[in-house]
Design a protein. Sequence first.
Length: 225
Amino acid sequence: MSGRDQVLANIRRSLGVTGVEAPRRRAVAARIAEAPAGVVPARGQLPPEARVKLFLDMVVGAQGTVGEVAGPHAVPEAIADVLRRHNLPLRLRRGADPRLDALPWHETPIEVAVGPSSGHDEVAVSHAEAGVAESGTVVMLSGADNPTTLNFLPDLHIVLVRRGDVVGDYETVWRRLRATRGAGNLPRTVNFITGPSRSADIEQKLLLGAHGPRRFHVIVVGDGG
């Protein structure tokens, strides 16, 4: 402890300051609640359809691949097409997300396992909380619904994003999370993922799959039946 810290600590002790006094707590709460908004890039501030197009373009620009389906009913077959295109077995692992539970997996020959990955799965499917148009980023919340291991261990990560959940910027994601989850109920981890894993540390040569999935595929899902 520095001399300055020691002096301030002595003053607080002599004044009986503990930090839990009601006026101090109110001042802190007000400062948090009334914090000014930061600068938000204009790039993602678009009408819904243009925002989705920008999101898909940015995913591709980050070495990801993309697809669109009219509604959840078409997701399993779209995933099967992706697996065939990469000459992969029709086998995947997903979390317990109710939106994934409700998909008609039985209409395809895909073998589906549920739960976190041990590192031996080639393909994982997750459902994103949101997509961020300004950077082509998907927002993943930790938990049994979409285990974090699925984000990083399989070779191919397929992420579903509901069309209405594509937002313009990161700040909107945080506002939505606070509004829907409430104070003290945020997930333990929020992962912002942009494209497949990559590194250019060695001779500045881009290497995909350095620390996670080598392939990254995003499917934007409409609200059709």
